[in-house]
Write a protein that binds this ligand. Structure first.
Ligand code: FMN
Length: 210
């Protein structure tokens, strides 16, 4: 089934005039109703290659002070998810040498929960005059853009970190250098069941006027 909604093409070119805003009731509706789907509740199909390329291109359009591009992506699909499972297995055994095989096998299979997982790497340039904090915020915005783009393409998704976003063995196996951290693993696929709304902030508690 072709789920490709975004027209293929290079997108806007450098210097092209773009509208300052684009009223979209559909976007508002999508963002009002968007929910994460737990990775356990994801299944096939996931985005195909052009759809995933579009999702990542949209994610990469996040605000970025002074165009540092303080992020990069690693895609896991097909067999790569099982190969990464071998990394998870070894790293988990090193962390918990007494764990039983059932628990180890569970950890090994984490990426097999979804057809596509994208690791969003936060990549801070400490010598850049854009503060580190702002570069990290950009990576977070990239993750959120990705969730929204995935949803708009018709896919369910979840932003996850779990232990393997922080495990030094896993980070080394992924080839991260000292300036890099995992902002999140974005799991994408189709929902096995509709999620329900969860508690949301009480707006009166978080909004004030100066
Ligand atoms: C940085 C970050 C890391 C997260 N890590 C996890 C995680 O490891 N496991 C998990 O169940 N949810 C995690 N979440 C929460 C889910 O992604 C999600 O926010 C939550 O399930 C509700 O999402 P919704 O408001 O989009 O429906 C994380 C969220 C963020 C922002």
């Amino acid at each position: 089934m072709q789920k490709y909604l975004t027209p293929p093409g290079p997108g806007p070119q450098l210097g092209d005039p773009l509208p300052p805003s684009r009223a979209s009731a559909q976007t508002l509706e999508l963002m009002r109703l968007r929910r994460s789907t737990p990775a356990d509740c994801l299944t096939e199909p996931g985005p195909d290659a052009p759809t995933l390329a579009s999702i990542l291109t949209i994610a990469a359009r996040a605000p970025d002070h002074r165009r540092v591009t303080p992020f990069r992506f690693i895609i896991f699909e097909g067999d790569a998810r099982a190969r990464f499972g071998d990394v998870l297995r070894e790293a988990f055994i090193a962390r918990e040498p007494d764990a039983d095989e059932k628990k180890i096998a569970f950890e090994q299979r984490r990426f097999l929960r979804a057809p596509v997982v994208v690791a969003v790497i936060s990549k801070v340039d400490r010598d850049h005059r854009t503060p580190e904090w702002e570069q990290i915020l950009t990576a977070g915005a990239v993750c959120q853009n990705m969730l929204i783009a995935a949803s708009a393409e018709g896919f369910a998704a979840q932003w996850i970190t779990e232990w393997y976003a922080y495990d030094t063995r896993v980070l080394a196996a992924l080839g991260l250098d000292k300036s890099e951290r995992i902002a999140g693993y974005i799991y994408m696929g189709s929902a096995k069941a509709d999620p329900k709304e969860r508690a949301r902030p009480v707006m009166e508690q978080i909004v004030t006027r100066f």
